[in-house]
Design a protein around this ligand. Structure first.
Ligand SMILES: *Cc1c(COP(=O)(O)O)cnc(C)c1O
Length: 221
């Protein structure tokens, strides 16, 4: 099933978005076994994204095929050390304190970390991220941190069937991305299994899919 899902998705996802940017598929691997992840990688997945540091650590040694690693979940500063040097892109930098600590620890490790700034575009209480109104100030502060490279923005759209609202928010994110982009941006990370098509249409170039690749999640396993 995983292999078929990956093949179908790789066929369905356009190579580039309307802005001519390559669309990257990141497999969201929370709750999935190393075995399932390895099947996805063998079928053509090049990038995988974790939500939980503990899961990342537990599975790290068992992941085959050397996929690019993304961290897409809420990150506590005391867990940064487990990801440093093993994560290609941090999508979920959702507060200044996290950015500062990630920069501090990256500097100490003599590395630079590539990050996206998470925006809470739907103004949802349950989601992390800077508000639309705070985004520019946050970007200016974070881009000055010595050991971070801001590569773009990340957002999660609300879980709703209101397609007009989703389209409006996705386009608002793309406009924000273009407005802040000082030439260093590469990734607008927006789109999950339920909304990736409209996100790519609106200008996302990085989508994070779990259910569409692996099936329904079982958190009780
Ligand atoms: C779980 C998760 C996804 C994938 O969600 P699906 O609906 O299963 O595709 C994407 N992004 C983040 C941040 C996630 O936590």
């Amino acid at each position: 099933m995983i292999e078929t899902n990956v093949k179908n998705l790789l066929n369905a996802i356009p190579e580039t978005n309307a802005f001519g940017e390559k669309v990257v598929l990141v497999a969201a691997v929370k709750t999935r076994t190393a075995e399932e992840i390895n099947l996805a990688v063998a079928a053509g997945i090049t990038d995988i994204g974790d939500n939980h540091v503990q899961e990342f650590k537990d599975k790290y040694a068992y992941i085959e095929g050397n996929p690019r690693r993304h961290f897409i979940g809420r990150l506590q500063t005391n867990k940064i050390k487990y990801l440093l040097g093993k994560t290609n892109l941090y999508h979920s930098v959702d507060r200044l304190g996290l950015a500062e600590e990630l920069s501090r620890q990256s500097e100490r490790a003599q590395t630079a970390s590539e990050i996206l700034i998470q925006i809470n575009i739907g103004d949802e209480l349950t989601k992390g991220g800077f508000s639309y109104g705070e985004a520019e100030k946050a970007f200016r502060a974070i881009r000055n941190l010595p050991a971070l490279k801001v590569k773009g923005l990340m957002a999660m759209l609300p879980l709703t069937d209101d397609v007009a609202l989703l389209n409006r928010l996705a386009k608002k994110m793309r406009a924000l991305y273009d407005g802040l982009n000082d030439g260093s941006f590469e990734r607008l990370s927006m789109g999950m299994s339920g909304d990736w098509r409209l996100c790519v249409d609106a200008g996302s170039n990085t989508i994070r899919l779990g259910t569409a690749i692996f099936g329904t999640r079982n958190y009780n396993k």
